[in-house]
Design a protein around this ligand. Structure first.
Ligand code: SAM
Length: 371
């Protein structure tokens, strides 16, 4: 294998040489490496430096970059696993070059997670994590981290694939990235609660082509019930931008109070908060102390997440303005005017044009119209 040395954070490691013009995408090399996921990994390093678990499983390690960085930069016991012999050989070579005493195993991730428990379990598969969440829910003693890159099924663009994988009916709305994140959270919740466990989201976000969950596991039937209570639906009007949200297992049929159309249930999905403010604050404080190539972007993401409202959908204010056939004022002035009217309003990390608010849609429209 033709390898090349690269660096992320404070860690140097070997990866297969890739075509500079990316004729061969990252997944097509003998061992996977995607430099565009550096921010995802930087955020993991930052969060683990706050949480400091006693053991960490990188269940799908490939070159081992994630686990190697955790061992080298956070200094906690790490197991790197992959089912590919080539990947495991490269991960071992990388660990030796760094002088790291990490455990490297070659197993099917589901088999390993069924046999052993780890304080923190991290899933980073190709595409969907759905086939691995059940075993991960049993293996993770304190934290479960999940990456999903199958954004089209999660966001409703590939509806049938989304229904098969997540047993949910997403919908391709202007808040599709949020639907994707909440659909994934809802799926993981259903996989965890059957074991009389629950979770609290610590830091969950959608970015470019991936969704990322960081969850704290809680034990007992009461914790599972609290998690179950967060499952619900966004009830979306198919004809206008009206939507409402509800919790509960069964969506209640209803009509759009603005245009009278039958509301369409989007879900089941996770409703309510997706972050823990204390954890985000601790991450902000720890950020200057770590070496992260994407530190500035992570800093901005943390700041946006901290002020983001807990509503389960957001408006794209450009979409609202387009329906009103006008060009909108700046986003900060729209948010400021909503707040001046006594409503809660914030940006959302999903996009630069996303607004979260508890104001009814007609009020938002009036504000965007300059009223
Ligand atoms: N975590 C890596 C990183 O940050 O660069 C990327 C992992 S890559 C997206 C997915 C890896 O999962 C591949 O190396 C593949 O060999 C491995 N894999 C796929 N199915 C697996 C399974 N059932 N058990 C263990 N590893 C698996």
């Amino acid at each position: 294998m033709d390898v090349v040395e690269v660096a992320e954070g404070r860690t140097r490691f070997l990866v297969p040489r890739q075509d500079p013009h990316l004729q061969f995408p990252p997944g097509s090399g003998p061992v996977f490496y995607n430099s565009r996921m550096e921010m995802n990994r930087d955020a993991t390093i930052l969060l683990l430096s706050v949480l400091r678990p006693e053991s960490y499983l990188d269940a799908m390690g490939a070159s081992g970059v994630r686990g190697l960085r955790v061992a080298h930069e956070v200094g906690i016991p790490v197991t790197i696993n992959d089912r590919s012999e080539t990947a495991v050989d490269l991960a071992r070579r990388n660990a030796d070059a760094l002088g790291l005493a990490v455990e490297v195993t070659r197993k099917d991730a589901n088999a390993l997670m069924s046999e052993r428990r780890f304080d923190t379990v991290d899933l980073d598969p190709f595409g969907t994590p759905a086939p691995f969440v059940d075993a991960a829910a049993r293996s993770a003693a304190r934290h479960l981290f999940v990456t999903a890159t199958d954004t089209a099924p999660l966001c409703g663009a590939h509806l049938k694939a989304g229904m098969r994988r997540y047993f949910s009916r997403p919908r391709n709305t202007e808040y599709h990235a949020e639907v994707g994140l909440r659909t994934l959270l809802g799926f993981v919740a259903r996989e965890v609660i059957k074991y009389d466990r629950g979770f609290e989201p610590l830091f969950c976000y959608a970015h470019e082509h991936f969704h990322r969950l960081h969850l704290r596991i809680r034990y007992g039937a009461a914790a599972a019930d609290r998690t179950l209570a967060r499952i619900g639906y966004v009830m979306q009007c198919p004809d206008c931008l009206y939507r409402s949200e509800m919790t509960g297992m069964l969506p209640e049929p209803g009509r759009c109070p603005i245009c009278g159309a039958d509301l369409v249930p989007v879900g089941p999905l996770w409703t309510g908060r997706i972050n823990d403010d204390t954890t985000l604050a601790a991450m902000q404080e720890a950020l200057p102390g770590i070496t992260a190539g994407t530190g500035t972007r992570i800093g901005r993401l943390l700041a946006t997440c901290r002020q983001e409202l807990d509503t389960s959908s957001h408006y794209d204010y450009h979409v609202v303005a387009k329906r009103l056939r006008l060009s909108p004022a700046g986003i900060e002035s729209v948010i400021g005017r909503l707040q001046a009217l006594g409503y809660q309003a914030s940006r959302a990390h999903y996009s630069g044009t996303a607004i979260k608010t508890d104001a009814p849609l007609p009020v938002l429209e009036e504000v965007i119209s300059g009223g």
